[in-house]
Design a protein around this ligand. Sequence first.
Ligand SMILES: Nc1nc2c(ncn2[C@@H]2O[C@H](COP(=O)(O)OP(=O)(O)OP(=O)(O)O)[C@@H](O)[C@H]2O)c(=O)[nH]1
Ligand SMILES: [Mg+2]
Length: 282
Amino acid sequence: MAHIHWYPGHIAKAEKKLKELLNLVDVVIEVLDARIPQSSVYPDIKKLLGEKPRLIILNKSDLADETETKEWKKIIEKNTGYPVISSCASQNSDISIIVNKVTELAKPKIDKLVTKGLLPRPARVVVVGMPNVGKSSIINKLIKKGKTKVGAKAGVTRQQQWVRVNPKIDLLDTPGIIPLKQEDQTKAGKLAMVNSVSENAYENEEVASELIDILKTKYPEQLREYYKLENEFSLEAIAKSRNWIVKNEEPDVTRTAVMVLTDFRAGRIGKFTLDDLEQQDE
Ligand SMILES: Nc1nc2c(ncn2[C@@H]2O[C@H](COP(=O)(O)OP(=O)(O)OP(=O)(O)O)[C@@H](O)[C@H]2O)c(=O)[nH]1
Ligand SMILES: [Mg+2]
């Protein structure tokens, strides 16, 4: 089991910053990694986001198991009551879906303003998610469509800008970063596999070995095919198949671990979902 450490001080600070952002918005776009739809959820997300309407995006769907993404979408919709869509950076067709869902989610709030005698205004939206899930890519996609900078509103730090995506949506141009906290070490290991964890916090060999263990159970044929393996699935077997041998005839597992993680993250071995549909959180 990989050992990944979190720093409580950093987490408290990040949570505070995130809460300040959340106070400014009507709707939250929560970005998850489609390869780990369960492990990329922040353990305290409900407490953090409260009752704020949420659109959940399973991003990097181009790297995930398509059939499983569809299943996870249904499961998360059922469990949270919020709409879930899958998306990936190379696809622009999901922009209009995101825009429509966000507008729908914000409608009750905007209608309420109107009943109170206020003028309707665009919905205020922020994109949040753990490191590296694709927050900036999604913001850029949405902004490219709109372009008009709206300027800082009161209470927003100077670094943040509202961008009018369309007449009904103002988006914060910087994301809310959900800190990495995952006491469940199996989930933490998966966050490392998808590159959401700082490299200093884990050992490549441990994380790559765990990845191989998951792939040999779920996707053995693709693993066998890609690395030209026979019946042994391990860092050693992959090193041997590449003829990566160091002194004393030892397989070079250090180099192999880096390669396996890189290949997986680029989707070269296949489109894989690492979380298990059979092992769902309640
Ligand atoms: N294959 C694939 N890569 C993606 C996708 N979205 C983002 N990426 C890549 O993933 C990396 C991280 O994307 P960002 O948009 O910077 O993610 P982020 O959440 O803003 O990351 P941080 O700011 O570091 O927390 C970049 O190399 C992107 O090119 C996607 O849908 N598919
Ligand atoms: Mg970013």
